[in-house]
Design a protein around this ligand. Structure first.
Ligand code: GLP
Length: 240
């Protein structure tokens, strides 16, 4: 795993945007795997700026998002659908029909997950997957557990994730307790993976990712089996 240690969050965001922009320029019809959470927002801001300067064109880009709460209305400000439009999609020229996010409104969650995985496979595969990391080492919504489902699936959220994500909601009891998420195998199919982490709160997760053996009790450690992962983190996440 290549590790890029940055001075601060701004630098993490710039470095990540550089990698994404490089790929979009090199392969205008690339497939991006996108993540939510607060971490990638700075990177998205940098990409929007490059687009506005005329240095990036997303007209042929396709995207697959990692996960979505379940059940949740797309109009809910805390849905990842709403979030992605707000922080990225409505500011760039990506085509609506090229955007894929697990549907939190689906009546049949299992069917939605199966179809999402099929669409992901039929697309030819993600060229570059952006990931954040949960304080407990989750990626997407693959939470630490004894067993993990490999492909896109419905999952319960752990207490620690509900607590960590409560800051976006009015109260903790409004955080959905379920989600739809790409599985670890879906994520590992991506050609390149860029994992972003910043701040002291992520130090333990980053330390475990770099030093621990592969275990489902820290899903991020499974990234070690992939041969093209770049971790971009700030000093606080790296040193604690
Ligand atoms: C959320 C998302 C993850 C994200 C993580 C970290 O629960 N499902 O994809 O990486 O938590 O979020 P943040 O970047 O806000 O710390």
């Amino acid at each position: 795993m290549r590790v890029i240690i940055c001075e601060n969050y701004e630098e993490v965001s710039k470095e990540a945007a550089k990698l994404v922009a490089g790929l979009v320029n090199l392969k205008p019809d690339c497939i991006l795997g996108l993540a939510t959470g607060s971490t990638p927002v700075g990177m998205y801001n940098n990409l929007i700026e490059l687009y506005k300067k005329g240095e990036l064109d997303f007209s042929q880009v396709k995207s697959f998002n990692l996960d979505e709460y379940y059940p949740i209305a797309k109009s809910n400000e805390n849905s990842y659908d709403y979030f992605m439009n707000d922080v990225l999609f409505e500011h760039i020229n990506i085509k609506k029909e090229n955007i894929n996010i697990p549907n939190g409104e689906a009546k049949d969650a299992d069917k939605e997950c199966k179809e999402y995985e099929e669409k992901l496979n039929a697309s030819g595969g993600v060229d570059l997957q952006i990931l954040g990391i949960g304080v407990n080492g989750h990626i997407g919504f693959n939470e630490p557990d004894e067993n993990l489902i490999a492909v896109t699936h419905k999952t319960g959220l752990t207490e620690s994730t509900i607590e960590a994500n409560a800051r976006f909601f009015e109260s903790k009891d409004q955080v959905p307790t379920m989600a739809l998420t790409m599985g670890i195998a879906s994520i590992l199919k991506s050609k390149k993976i860029v994992l972003l982490a910043n701040g002291k709160a992520k130090h333990n997760a980053v330390k475990a990712l770099l030093n621990d053996e592969i275990t489902t009790s820290n899903p991020a450690t499974m990234l070690k089996v992939h041969n093209d992962v770049v971790l971009i983190c700030d000093k606080e996440a790296y040193n604690g």
